[in-house]
Design a protein around this ligand. Structure first.
Ligand code: TXA
Ligand code: MG
Length: 333
C-alpha cells in the first residue's frame, strides 16, 4: 500500500504559517505525526483544548498528550525531569515515545483530565516539527495538545484523507503523506518511579525490551498496576471498525464467503475472492498498513472483516494490543 504511494506532500511555508496562526487564535489543526495524525490545539489555552473534546466527542476526563518542539520545552510542563527520562529522550526523541511525568501546577486541567501527571512527546514527522517550531516561536515551551484525529473510539487516521473522513472540511488539515509507523506512540509512565518504577501504559513502535535495554532496568506493565493513570486507549473497545472484525486461523480463511473482507497473513491472493488483501510479513509493515486496511474494508461496507492472526512475540505486542481492542469494539455500525 505505502510502497505505491507518491512522495509525501509537504505543506508550503505559508500553509504552516496559517496553521500556526490558527492555533494561536485557539483553533484546531490536524497534522501528521510519524505514528498517526493528531488533532492539535494550544495546550496552554483551556478553551482551545475544550474544542478538541467537543470535536471528537471524547469524554473530558481522558487526558491528552502534549506535543513539544523539543526537550527544551519539558521544564514548562513537568515538575521535574528524572534521569531515566533524560536517557530515553536522548535515545528516542524525536520519535514515537510518550513519557508521563509529574505535572507542573499551572498545566491546564483540561489537558491532564484532572490528574497530577502530564504526557509529553516530541514527534519526528518533519511537518509536525515545522509546525511545533513555528508555534513555539515567541512563546517558549508552547506545545500542542493532540489526540489522534478521529472521533472517539474509532480507528486512528494514518493519512490526511482519513482525517477528512472523520471531520470533513470543518478542520484545517496539514497533509504530510501516510504515517510511517501507523500505530500510536508507546506510552511510558515515569511518574511513580519511587514506588513502582517505569510502567508501560500503551505498547507502541518502541518495544518494552528496547526501553528496558536503554534503561538497563526492568519495565512494568500497566496490567500489573491496576491503580495507575487512566489511558483512554486502555478501554477495551477502541480503534474499532464498523464491520464485525474476527481474528481467524489460516486454515479457516478458505471458508470466507464473497461478502467477507479478508486480510491474509500467510496465503496469497485468493483469485476468486473479491476482497482479499495480503498483509506484510514484518511487524513494521503490518502496523503501517493496519488502520488503512480496516478503513478501506469499512468504506466498502463489508459486513465482516476476517484478519488472519499474525504471529505472537515481542515485536508484535503493540499490534496484538490494537487487534484485540479493535475486535472488542467492532460491529457496532
Ligand atoms: O502517537 C500518538 O501518541 C498520537 C499522536 C497524535 O501523537 N496521539 C494519541 O493520542 O494517540 P490519544 O489521545 O489518541 O491517546 C493518548 C493516550 C490516551 O490513552 C491517554 O489516556 C494517554 O495517552 N494519556 C494522556 N495523558 C496521560 C497521563 N497524564 N497519564 C496517563 N495517560 C495519559
Ligand atoms: Mg486515540
Amino acid at each position: 500500500m505505502r510502497s505505491e504511494a507518491p512522495a509525501a506532500p509537504t505543506p508550503s511555508a505559508a500553509e504552516i504559517e496559517r496553521a500556526v496562526a490558527r492555533l494561536k487564535e485557539g483553533g484546531l489543526v490536524a497534522f501528521p505525526t510519524e505514528t498517526v495524525y493528531g488533532l492539535g490545539a494550544d495546550a496552554r489555552n483551556p478553551a482551545a483544548v475544550s474544542r478538541i473534546f467537543a470535536k471528537k466527542d471524547r469524554p473530558r476526563n481522558h487526558p491528552l498528550i502534549v506535543h513539544l518542539a523539543g526537550p527544551s520545552g519539558l521544564g514548562y510542563w513537568a515538575e521535574s525531569v528524572p534521569q531515566v527520562a533524560e536517557r530515553l529522550i536522548a535515545e528516542y526523541w524525536p520519535g514515537p515515545l510518550t513519557l508521563v511525568l509529574g505535572r507542573r501546577a499551572d498545566v491546564p486541567l483540561e489537558v491532564t483530565g484532572g490528574q497530577d501527571t502530564v504526557a509529553l512527546r516530541c514527534p519526528a514527522h518533519p511537518v509536525a516539527r515545522l509546525l511545533l517550531a513555528g508555534f513555539e516561536q515567541g512563546q517558549p515551551g508552547a506545545g500542542l495538545a493532540a489526540p489522534s484525529a478521529n472521533r472517539f473510539g474509532r480507528i486512528s487516521p494514518t493519512t490526511a484523507a482519513h482525517v477528512r473522513e472523520e471531520f470533513g472540511e470543518s478542520v484545517m488539515i496539514l497533509d504530510g503523506g501516510p504515517a510511517e509507523v501507523g500505530i500510536e506512540s508507546t506510552i511510558l509512565d515515569l511518574s511513580r518511579l519511587d514506588s513502582v518504577g517505569p510502567v508501560l501504559l500503551r505498547p507502541g513502535a518502541i518495544s518494552l525490551d528496547e526501553i528496558a535495554c536503554c534503561l538497563g532496568a526492568a519495565v512494568g506493565h500497566a496490567s500489573e498496576h491496576a491503580h495507575g493513570p487512566r489511558v483512554s486507549g486502555g478501554l477495551l473497545a477502541h480503534y474499532a471498525p464498523r464491520a464485525r472484525l474476527r481474528l481467524v486461523a489460516a486454515g479457516d480463511l478458505a471458508r470466507a464467503s464473497a461478502d467477507v473482507a479478508v486480510w491474509s497473513y500467510s496465503l496469497p491472493q485468493k483469485q476468486a475472492h473479491p476482497a482479499w488483501l495480503a498483509a506484510p510479513h514484518d511487524p513494521l509493515g503490518y502496523a503501517r498498513e493496519l488502520y488503512a486496511v480496516l478503513r478501506q474494508f469499512d468504506a466498502a461496507r463489508t459486513a465482516e472483516i476476517w484478519l488472519e492472526a499474525p504471529p505472537k512475540g515481542p515485536a508484535w505486542e503493540a499490534i496484538w494490543d490494537r487487534l484485540e481492542r479493535a475486535v472488542a469494539g467492532s460491529g457496532q455500525g
